[in-house]
Design a protein around this ligand. Structure first.
Ligand code: L5Q
Ligand code: ZN
Ligand code: CA
Length: 544
C-alpha cells in the first residue's frame, strides 16, 4: 500500500509540527522518539526520520519554489519528483498566519485523480505539516499518457454505461422540443464534462477519461465515470449524488400505478415531496406501534414503492400532493396555513381503524378493518376532506359542534367533491370494499346514507358533537344544488371565498347561506343568475 505516502490526521500533524520545527529539536530525545513512533504508524517513511528532521527546515519556505525544493531535498520521504510531478493549485494564508500550499500530482501533465497534497507552514514559514495523498508509483507504472480514443467516444461510452442518452435527461416536454424551442432550463439541467486523468484502482494505473454526467431527470445524478482511454471500457462508475429530490413510483390502495415525489438521502428514499414552493415539505410517515404519532419516516431502498404494505403510504403521499396543488392552483393558497406549512400524513394508524382525521397538526389514516373500510388514504376525496379540515381551522375556524360543526364537515365533503368530481359520493373508493356503488355519504342524495337533506329533518342530538356528520347532509345538499346549477368552476370559487373571507367560528347554516350569497355577489354580481342559483339552492333545503 505504498500509495498512501502521507495520511495524517489533524491531531498527529500537531505532533509532526513539533518534530519539524527547529526549536523543538532541543527537546529531549525521548519526546522525539515517541513522536516518531506516531509518525511511523501513519506515514510510510523509513527510519531516517531524525536526520531528515535536523537542520533542513531551518531554512524559510515562503513560496512554491521553496516548498518544492524542500520536498526535493526530502525525496526519500515524499518519493515523488516535485518539479515534474507536482503543480501548485493554490496557496492560501489564514488568520493564524499559516500558509497552505495545495498541489496536485500529474504524470506527463495528466492529473492523478484524487492526488492532492498540501504542505502547511507556520507564520515563521517553517513546514509544520503535510497532508493528503500522493501516488508514488504513478509515473513508474503509467508511462504512456497518449489517449487512444476521443473525448466524444469516452462520453458516449459513459452514457451507454448508465443506459441513458443525453436527450433522455432534458427536462422539457416533447411538445416543446418538437416545436424546436427548448426551454432555457433544458440547456442547463444536464451537464457533461470530460477530462483526461490518471486513474488508480487497487494499485493498477490507467489513463482514463473522467466523465461527469450531471442531470436532474429522470433522476438526480452526478455520475463520475472513468472510461479507459485505451479502449473505452468502464474502469469505475458511481453516482455521487447523496441527497436530493427524486421521482419514484408505486401502487396505491386500489393497485393503481402512480409516480411519487420522493427524497434520496444516504442510500435511502423517503416519502418527502420537496418539489413544491413551500416553506416545508409534504411528508408521509408510518405509525410504528399503531397509535404513535407522528410515526416513523417511511423509507424504501430503491424508490419503487410496490410492496402491498406500502400502498397506504403511496396514496396518502400522492393525494396530499394533489390536494396541495389544487389549493395552490385553483385558489392561490399555499398549504393549509397559506404560508407553505409542512403537510404531514401518518398511515397505518391504530389497528383495523375505520377512520381518518386531522388532529390539528397532521392527517392520520387508519387501514380500516377490511370490510367497513380499506386503507382510508386510498380515496382522494377522503384526503381532500381531511386537509380541508386544516384549511377550515386556519380560516373560518368553524367550531366542531352543532351547526358550525356540521358546516365544518360539509365544507370538507364539498372540497372532497371539488378534488374528486367524478361523482357526488364521499369515500366510495375505500368504503365497504366488498359492496360496489356504496359510499360513506352522498351530496346529491344525503338521505341514502341516513342524513337529513332539509331543515325539517334536522337531527337534534348531543352525540357526534351535535350530529356534525349527520346534519352536514343539509348544507351538502345545498352544495349539490348549487354545483349542479352553476357548475363546479364557479361553485368552488364561491365556496372558497365564503370559507376564507366571510365565515367565522360560530357561523350557523343561515349565516353560511348569507356568506355564500355575499361571495357569489362579489364574484358574479348581486342578482346574477349565479347569485340566484345559490339562493335557490338554500331555499330548497329550508335554510333562509
Ligand atoms: C368521517 C372521515 C373520513 N370520517 N363520518 C363518525 O362519521 C364519523 C366519521 C366520519 F375519513 F371517513 F372521511 O367522515
Ligand atoms: Zn371530517
Ligand atoms: Ca367521490
Amino acid at each position: 500500500m505504498s500509495k498512501k505516502l502521507v495520511s495524517l490526521a489533524l491531531g498527529t500533524s500537531l505532533v509532526f509540527s513539533a518534530s519539524f520545527a527547529g526549536t523543538t529539536l532541543a527537546q529531549s530525545s525521548d519526546s522525539i522518539t515517541s513522536k516518531m513512533e506516531i509518525h511511523q504508524k501513519v506515514m510510510n517513511f523509513d527510519k531516517k526520520g531524525p536526520s531528515f528532521l535536523s537542520g533542513k527546515l531551518s531554512s524559510k519556505v515562503s513560496n512554491e519554489k521553496e516548498v518544492k525544493r524542500f520536498m526535493k531535498e526530502n525525496k526519500d520521504l515524499f518519493k515523488v519528483d516535485p518539479h515534474s510531478e507536482l503543480t501548485l493549485l493554490e496557496k492560501t494564508t489564514d488568520d493564524l498566519g499559516m500558509s497552505h500550499y495545495k498541489f496536485t500530482q500529474s504524470v506527463n501533465g495528466v492529473p492523478v485523480e484524487g492526488a492532492i497534497f498540501i504542505v502547511h507552514t507556520n507564520k515563521d514559514d517553517e513546514v509544520t505539516a503535510a497532508t493528503g495523498q500522493l501516488y508514488q508509483d504513478a509515473s513508474k507504472k503509467l508511462t504512456n499518457t497518449k489517449s487512444k480514443i476521443s473525448d466524444q467516444a469516452a462520453v458516449a461510452s459513459a452514457w451507454k454505461h448508465i443506459n441513458l442518452t443525453k436527450a433522455d435527461t432534458l427536462t422539457g416536454t416533447h411538445e416543446e422540443q418538437s416545436f424546436g424551442a427548448k426551454k432555457e432550463s433544458d440547456v442547463e439541467s444536464t451537464n457533461e464534462e470530460s477530462k483526461l486523468v490518471v486513474h488508480e484502482k487497487d494499485g493498477a494505473y490507467s489513463l482514463a477519461y473522467k466523465v461527469q454526467l450531471q442531470f436532474i431527470e429522470p433522476y438526480g445524478a452526478n455520475w463520475q465515470i472513468f472510461v479507459d482511454a485505451k479502449d473505452g471500457s468502464i474502469l469505475e462508475a458511481y453516482n455521487a449524488v447523496t441527497e436530493g429530490a427524486t421521482t419514484g413510483y408505486g401502487y396505491g390502495v386500489l393497485d393503481d400505478y402512480k409516480s411519487l415525489n420522493t427524497y434520496y438521502s444516504n442510500g435511502t428514499y423517503y416519502l418527502f415531496d420537496v418539489t413544491k414552493p413551500m416553506n416545508g415539505v409534504i411528508e408521509t410517515r408510518t405509525a410504528q406501534n399503531g397509535s404513535s404519532l407522528p410515526g416513523v419516516y417511511t423509507v424504501d431502498s430503491n424508490n419503487a414503492w410496490t410492496a402491498y404494505s406500502q400502498a397506504a403510504e403511496v396514496d396518502a403521499h400522492a393525494y396530499a400532493s394533489k390536494v396541495y396543488d389544487y389549493y395552490l392552483n385553483t385558489h392561490n393558497r399555499n398549504s393549509f396555513d397559506n404560508n407553505g406549512a409542512t403537510i404531514r400524513s401518518t398511515v397505518h394508524y391504530g389497528s383495523n381503524y375505520n377512520n381518518a382525521f386531522w388532529n390539528g397538526q397532521q392527517m392520520v389514516y387508519g387501514d380500516g378493518d377490511g370490510s367497513t373500510f380499506t386503507s382510508l388514504s386510498g380515496a382522494l376525496d377522503v384526503v381532500a376532506h381531511e386537509l380541508t379540515h386544516a384549511v377550515t381551522e386556519r380560516t373560518a375556524g368553524l367550531q366542531y359542534q352543532y351547526q358550525s360543526g356540521a358546516l365544518n364537515e360539509s365544507f370538507s365533503d364539498v372540497f372532497g367533491y371539488f378534488l374528486d368530481p367524478g361523482d357526488y359520493l364521499m369515500g366510495e373508493d375505500v368504503y365497504t370494499p366488498g359492496v360496489s356503488g356504496d359510499a360513506l355519504r352522498s351530496l346529491s342524495n344525503p338521505a341514502r346514507f341516513g342524513q337529513p337533506e332539509h331543515m325539517n329533518n334536522y337531527v337534534n342530538t348531543s352525540s357526534d358533537n351535535g350530529g356534525v356528520h349527520t346534519n352536514s347532509g343539509i348544507p351538502n345538499k345545498a352544495a349539490y344544488n348549487t354545483i349542479s346549477s352553476i357548475g363546479k368552476a364557479k361553485a368552488e370559487k364561491i365556496y372558497y371565498r365564503a370559507l376564507t373571507v366571510y365565515l367565522t367560528p360560530t357561523s350557523n347554516f343561515s349565516y353560511a347561506r348569507a356568506a355564500l350569497l355575499q361571495s357569489a355577489a362579489d364574484l358574479y354580481g348581486s342578482g346574477s343568475s349565479t347569485y340566484n342559483s345559490v339562493k335557490a339552492a338554500w331555499d330548497a333545503v329550508g335554510v333562509y
